[in-house]
Design a protein around this ligand. Structure first.
Ligand SMILES: *Cc1c(COP(=O)(O)O)cnc(C)c1O
Length: 442
């Protein structure tokens, strides 16, 4: 048996002591763009009405509109609409679909919380359908099983940078007359069967928060090829109730608005970032491929799957840990790896239905939307509802956000070395596993 003393968790020298560099995607190009806006001094030019007071506009100032036109060109989509976050974007998307009290929205539980609260904000009920174990995205069969007479929309999350298998879900949606909203927060620039994700469903929503592949600090972009949906999204973005009268809009439901407006500064940064997307994705893909190759000999780790006709753009690098093969619990392996200076987390996010809002069925006072008198359905949030998502989260998945700019292959070498080092000491870890209680799964 290899020496106990070698492993950092037992006092040995860690593979890496230097912190990994932070994810900073901006440089002088963005500084220049911001200075240009600041010199003009017009930090936003949105106005919450159609009143002609140029350069103020209902659709925002020149930098916001330029970012939108460039996004449309890049993705080959009819409408791109800038908002102040992907959360706002998802809310606007569900609002535009006309979803409301009594409706259900099918969504994966393994995602950032706003993928489901977009239903709740419109007093609709999220219905969670299970994920596929290869790519951690919605399983079409589970979606089909979750469809009820109350279903209005499906939120498809392209998780970790890999496209969901969306074609069979689109087929179901067309058959049952449902809206499909793609949550593209993690999947900028990836393709599914030759098409950009975010251009396949009725609406796509991208995030530009500071952790995403490209960013504006906070921000988001909504994409759609549907003129009516685009119109409704623009109303929701900017106090639509003020203008629907003068527009003569027939169906005004859900068009009352919020302030989801992006500033000119963020838009200027976004336009520069979009030009760097291909470069960032190339780097992520190369680092991930290098890491995957470097650990391919380890039988208890399943590297990320890339399905045929799909790009993986590795917002997150997910590994599946096979405890039965490893002989050591996941928390012990993760703790040993973390001690070597490598940030790998157990799981990702708790399956959403296990959060108090769903467990107690209370969003609004009185229990709406779950106990709303308009709601005739019977959505369940019991533990065990989505067994694959629970197994992935509590037993198998390990995630890290290290395959990204500005990390290099030298950083990947540290990760590969650390994984091999721990893998070489599984005997001693097994023997001492009871001394390692910690777990960072939540
Ligand atoms: C980041 C993220 C969001 C929310 O993005 P914000 O811009 O922070 O609101 C939504 N969905 C997924 C899958 C995300 O990763």
């Amino acid at each position: 048996m290899k020496g106990v003393k070698n492993l950092a968790i037992f006092g040995g020298k860690p593979v890496r002591t230097e912190e990994l560099p932070p994810h900073i995607t901006t440089d002088d190009d963005e500084i220049e763009a911001v200075v240009e806006v600041m010199k003009k001094g017009r930090l936003s030019l949105f106005e919450g009405s159609f009143s002609p007071d140029p350069p103020f506009s209902f659709n925002g100032g020149p930098y916001v509109q330029r970012l939108e036109r460039e996004w449309e060109k890049y993705y080959g989509v009819k409408h791109a609409i800038a908002v102040n976050s992907a959360t706002s974007g998802l809310y606007a998307a569900i609002g535009a679909s006309g979803t409301g009290p009594g409706d259900e929205v099918i969504v994966s539980p393994y995602t950032m919380t706003a993928s489901a609260t977009c239903a709740v904000i419109y007093n609709a009920v999220p219905v969670f359908a299970d994920i596929r174990e290869d790519i951690f995205c919605l399983d079409a069969q589970a979606v089909e099983n979750a469809i009820t007479p109350y279903t209005k929309a499906i939120v498809v999350i392209h998780l970790f940078g890999h496209p969901a298998d969306i074609d069979p879900i689109m087929e179901l949606a067309r058959k049952h007359d449902l809206y499909v909203i793609e949550d593209c927060a993690q999947v900028h620039g990836a393709h599914y069967k030759g098409k950009y994700v975010g251009t396949i469903g009725d609406i796509g929503v991208f995030s530009l928060n500071c952790n995403k592949t490209i960013q504006t600090g906070e921000g988001g972009i909504i994409t759609t090829n549907n003129d009516e949906l685009a119109n409704r999204i623009r109303l929701i973005r900017n106090h639509g109730e003020v203008v629907v009268g003068s527009m003569g809009l027939a169906d005004i439901a859900n068009t009352f608005g919020w302030n989801y407006r992006m500033t000119e500064i963020e838009a200027a940064i976004g336009a520069v970032q979009l030009k760097k997307l291909k470069k960032f994705n190339k780097q992520r893909t190369e680092l991930a491929a290098y890491l995957t190759k470097g650990i391919s000999d380890i039988d208890f780790l399943i590297p990320p799957v890339v399905r045929e006709n799909c790009d993986h753009v590795y917002y997150v690098y997910p590994l599946r840990y096979l405890e039965e093969v490893a002989g050591v619990p996941r928390n012990v392996f993760a703790a040993a790896l973390n001690a070597e200076g490598i940030p790998f987390y157990e799981g990702y996010v708790k399956p959403l239905y296990l959060l108090p809002m769903y467990q107690q069925k209370i969003a609004y006072r009185g229990g709406c939307p779950f106990k709303c008198s308009n709601y005739k359905g019977n959505a369940s949030y019991e533990k065990g509802l989505c067994p694959t998502a629970e197994r992935m989260h509590y037993k198998e998945i390990m995630t890290t956000e290290i395959c990204r700019y500005p990390l290099t292959k030298a950083d990947m070498d540290d990760i590969i070395n650390a994984i091999h080092k721990v893998a070489d000491h599984m005997g001693v870890l097994k023997e001492r596993k009871d001394t390692i209680k910690g777990s960072n799964v939540w």
